[in-house]
Write a protein that binds this ligand. Structure first.
Ligand code: BTN
Length: 257
């Protein structure tokens, strides 16, 4: 998140998306990692599954992935090894907010890329990379709770909701997948042409409800406490520590607010 100049990857501007769907996978991210050498480097590949048996969350958590109710998707693309992809999860988060806005949902973000609906988690993003020869395969996994019912939501280790749970209306998972695919395809092109700056204001505003809140924060296995001060132009997080000093984080997770 240190470089403001756009990371160049012109083949990803208006790149075609290949969509591969599976009824069951261990994890769409894990499948993508295992099969990265078989994917087309000039395109974006979207891998979806109706169910995951070993869905992965951030911080080695389990991502609850029951069958036929949610979206489990991984978007894969290739860049040169030195390309800065540190904002990709945030670009995906903005894309998901845009996609769900089309269905009249107002989603907030919890830095860096948790999707929040009515103060509960409705989706999460897990970015991973793997090197294939002289290329970096970037895997952006997203889970969106769509028609998940309350008995399944209770298995999640933090307050969680689904689109269905919040409004008692069912949604077509494939339609949500198409909206997300379009938004991410478009935004990935913008990111690789212009960098994070076109997304900054929107991204900052989507995190606005956290500003001034006291948070417990984990970064690189260290715990911090402080006030959520601001989101900086490169997407990093500024926290005000109890000493009065400010500290900037480019990675980590808000544990409690
Ligand atoms: C988080 O902990 O907030 C990130 C959750 C990411 C879940 C998605 S579901 C599709 C993809 N495959 C996985 O195993 N995980 C991600």
């Amino acid at each position: 998140m240190k470089h403001i100049s756009p990371p160049k990857a012109s083949h990803l501007i208006k790149a075609e998306v290949n969509h591969l769907h599976f009824s069951v996978l261990d994890s769409t991210n894990a499948w993508a990692k295992r099969n990265a050498d078989r994917l087309e480097p000039a395109k974006i590949t979207m891998i979806t599954a109706s169910q995951q048996t070993e869905g992965k969350g951030r911080l080695k958590r389990v991502w609850q992935s029951p069958p036929d109710c949610n979206l489990y998707a991984s978007f894969c693309f290739f860049v040169s090894l030195k390309t800065d992809v540190s904002n990709i999860g945030q670009v995906m988060a903005v894309s998901a907010v845009e996609a769900l806005k089309e269905l009249d949902f107002k989603i907030d973000l919890k830095w860096p890329n948790d999707l929040i609906l009515q103060n509960k988690k409705v989706g999460g993003i897990l970015c991973e990379t793997t090197a294939i020869d002289d290329l970096l395969c970037v895997i952006v996994g997203i889970g969106l709770n769509i028609n998940m019912e309350s008995d399944e939501l209770k298995k999640i280790d933090q307050p969680a909701t689904s689109l269905f749970d919040s409004g008692n209306r069912q949604f077509n998972v494939d339609e949500v997948a198409v909206l997300l695919k379009k938004a991410f395809q478009n935004n990935l092109g913008i990111y690789f042409k212009e960098g994070f700056s076109p997304f900054y204001q929107t991204y900052r505003d989507l995190n606005a409800s956290l500003v001034g809140k006291q948070i417990d924060f984990q970064s690189h296995n260290k715990l911090w406490q402080g006030g959520f001060k601001s989101v900086l132009e490169d997407g990093s997080l500024e926290i005000k520590l109890p000493s009065g000093e400010s500290k900037i984080f480019t990675a980590g997770e808000i544990l409690k607010k």
